[in-house]
Design a protein around this ligand. Structure first.
Ligand SMILES: Nc1ncnc2c1ncn2[C@@H]1O[C@H](COP(=O)(O)OP(=O)(O)O)[C@@H](O)[C@H]1O
Ligand SMILES: [Mg+2]
Length: 516
């Protein structure tokens, strides 16, 4: 075999033009890793007669690596056998370098694009989350403002309406005594009385929603409360619904009005029953929880009652409106639309919160949050004599009310009970009468009055006469808790019997506490 290389070819292999260049030398300068590939290609071309084309690395005598491209053609002899391989070689080191650089660039470009895309999508997600959070906060605020406005309106109307009911009820009560032996008139009167009682129940609910009901707030063991009403809950939901309690023991007490919390749970159970006409399950859970910042609750620990049903749930629109007063999806006569609004009002008035979670077909979870307390139940205050306190002797009673209509009906009731009555239409007027030195057995004062409210009047009156028995009548009583005013209260509207009962109770205990 003969091997001939041009000067250009020698240069490509890093070989000086002046010196001879053998096939062995050419072979030796092919990079080890490419050698087998080159030999195979040469053999392939000779055997098949096809063109020879290959790129491979060459190792120069100075140790540097270069790229060589060889293109050759097989030339056959007369016999048809391959005789010669004739071709050209060129140095493609630069081209290869560019290729590598380009590939690197391409690779890192993809990486860089991927990284940038990731950064952008991260930023996009953060932005979306911020927008969603802002929307939630705005929605929360809008809702709170709406509830506040409806609450103000409802509270005001309910308060005035309650006073009117008080006047109607008081007068009807007295009118009854003038209707001896007239069955028809008595029936009519009873109808009117029933109407006022229904009206009173309605205003009570409205006041609850408006966060203005008269609450008896004290530390309550909610676990005991829930256990105590299991029977009632079971009976209310019926046998097709399985009730399960999931209560945590040994939790701190909650600062609530136990009766109102029971009523709220009952309302939730009834709603759950209505949402599960074909049966299902109802879970009442009690645990301790910490609010998250979006909850709008003061920090601290809260007792959380959650009532979860497997009913039909609510769509977004219904869920949004569910706690609005008078919103109901139930047929006429089945729902008042006041259940959830009362519960919401109660929770907020107790410095807690009411939350609803629901989706169509996914059931509903209602959560009530109430602040916990380390206080224990105070038994001292439970000395309320429930037995008839007996007939009260004639007493001198000072009636204070800024509403003339109510004052009149209260005065009529008291006079009818045989008491002597003095009247004042403001706190200042009452203090004047008390200061005049006349002996007064009892002061009955309205709570909500312009200028000086009932609690302020009571405080001032006790400075004049520390032993003065006082009864506060409230329709709208948010007597600030812990204000040091712990006086007997009577909710408006009241009947003559209720008034007589309260007076007897107060006068009896004040006589008991008199020295000697
Ligand atoms: N557990 C519940 N599952 C599905 N929907 C409910 C549930 N509780 C309340 N709702 C919806 O909220 C509305 C208002 O409830 P509520 O204030 O208790 O009034 P009412 O029960 O008188 O309709 C209901 O009419 C009903 O559409
Ligand atoms: Mg209801």
């Amino acid at each position: 075999m003969r091997f001939a290389a041009s000067d250009a070819c020698k240069a490509i292999f890093g070989h000086p033009a002046a010196k001879a260049f053998s096939y062995e030398e050419a072979l030796a300068s092919i990079h080890e890793d490419d050698k087998e590939r080159v030999l195979n290609a040469v053999k392939e071309s000779i055997d098949s007669g096809r063109d020879y084309a290959i790129d491979h690395r060459t190792l120069w005598p100075d140790g540097s690596v270069h790229w060589t491209e060889i293109r050759a053609r097989v030339v056959s002899g007369k016999s048809g056998h391959s005789e010669r391989l004739v071709g050209v070689s060129s140095d493609i080191t630069d081209r290869k370098r560019y290729e590598v650089r380009l590939r690197d660039l391409n690779d890192t470009l993809e990486e860089r694009v991927a990284q940038r895309t990731a950064e952008l999508s991260q930023a996009h997600e953060t932005l979306l989350a911020e927008v969603a959070q802002r929307e939630r906060a705005e929605e929360h605020l809008r809702h709170a403002q709406k509830m506040e406005a409806i609450g103000q309106l409802t509270g005001g109307v309910a308060h005035d309406f309650n006073n009117l009911l008080m006047a109607i009820m008081g007068n009807l009560d007295l009118l009854k005594k003038h209707l001896a032996e007239n069955p028809k008139a008595e029936r009519l009167l009873e109808g009117a009385m029933q109407g006022t009682r229904r009206g009173a129940a309605l205003t009570q609910r409205l006041l609850a929603f408006a966060r203005r009901q008269d609450l008896q707030v004290e530390p309550v063991d909610l676990e005991k409360l829930i256990c105590g009403m299991t029977d009632l809950l079971e009976r209310s939901v019926g046998s097709s619904i399985a009730l399960r309690l999931n209560l945590t023991n040994g939790l701190p007490h909650a600062l609530v009005d136990g009766n109102q919390v029971e009523l709220a749970l009952l309302n939730l159970a009834v709603n759950a029953r209505d949402a599960m006409p074909h049966g299902g399950s109802l879970v009442v859970k009690l645990d301790l929880a910490q609010p998250v910042p979006e909850d709008c609750l003061a920090s601290g620990s809260y007792l959380r009652i959650s009532v979860t049903d497997t009913g039909h749930g609510m769509d977004g629109e219904t869920l949004k409106k569910a706690i609005d007063p008078f919103f109901s999806t139930k047929e006429l006569g089945k729902g008042t639309g006041l259940g959830l609004s009362m519960i919401h009002g109660l929770a907020v008035q107790l410095n807690g919160e009411f939350q609803l979670f629901s989706a169509p077909g996914q059931g509903t979870k209602a959560e009530l949050w109430f602040p916990s307390t380390t206080q224990k139940i105070d038994d001292k205050g439970m000395d309320v004599t429930q037995t008839q306190p007996g007939v009260t002797a004639r007493a001198k009673v000072l009636v204070v009310d800024d509403d003339a209509l109510i004052a009149m009906s209260t005065v009529d009731m008291l006079e009818d009970l045989g008491h002597e009555v003095l009247e004042a239409n403001s706190g200042a007027g009452a203090l004047e009468l008390l200061g005049a030195g006349d002996h007064i057995d009892l002061m009955i004062t309205d709570y909500s009055m312009p200028g000086m409210n009932g609690a302020q009047l009571a405080k001032a009156a006790l400075e004049i006469n520390p032993a003065l028995p006082i009864l506060i009548t409230t329709g709208y009583a948010d007597l600030p808790s812990g204000a040091g005013i712990d006086l007997p209260r009577l909710g408006k509207p009241y009947t003559q019997d209720q008034l007589a009962f309260e007076i007897a109770k107060i006068l009896k205990s004040s006589r008991r506490s008199e020295p000697g």
